[in-house]
Design a protein around this ligand. Structure first.
Ligand code: ZN
Ligand code: ZN
Length: 123
């Protein structure tokens, strides 16, 4: 028997029954483990040591994207809008304002002295 990802993916019921035997002590030597796919989060039964995804072709990339997203979200800490003072979660590392309106307001505020309000088209 060749253990491979695709086979495991198509034989989850069988692996689940093996896992049940392992946990119940009926056959504790079985190598099967239960993991949660890092891509879709569902339960997956596997005998492959390095297994992280239900099917790498299906979820490998997704899991990576998700991790990246989490890491980015973590790096992005809430900051205070320089126009209205509200706390907001910046969508970009250099964001200073909570929304476009505030950004435009701040921009207008800083330039209207010089060009007396002729900046609407620059937003
Ligand atoms: Zn998955
Ligand atoms: Zn604001």
């Amino acid at each position: 028997m060749i253990w491979n990802s695709e086979w495991e993916y198509n034989n989850q019921d069988y692996l689940k029954s093996l896992y049940a035997k392992k946990v119940s002590g009926e056959d504790p030597t079985l190598a099967v483990r239960k993991i949660y796919c890092k891509g879709c989060g569902r339960e997956f039964y596997t005998q492959i040591d390095t297994k992280k995804y239900c099917l790498y072709a299906l979820c490998g990339n997704r899991g990576y994207q998700k991790e990246l997203k989490w890491r980015r979200a973590f790096e992005r800490k809430d900051r205070t809008c320089q126009t209205c003072g509200n706390l907001f979660t910046p969508k970009r590392a250099d964001a200073k304002y909570c929304c476009n309106a505030c950004r435009q307001k701040a921009y207008r505020g800083s330039v209207t002295d010089k060009v007396s309000g002729q900046v609407d088209h620059l937003a």
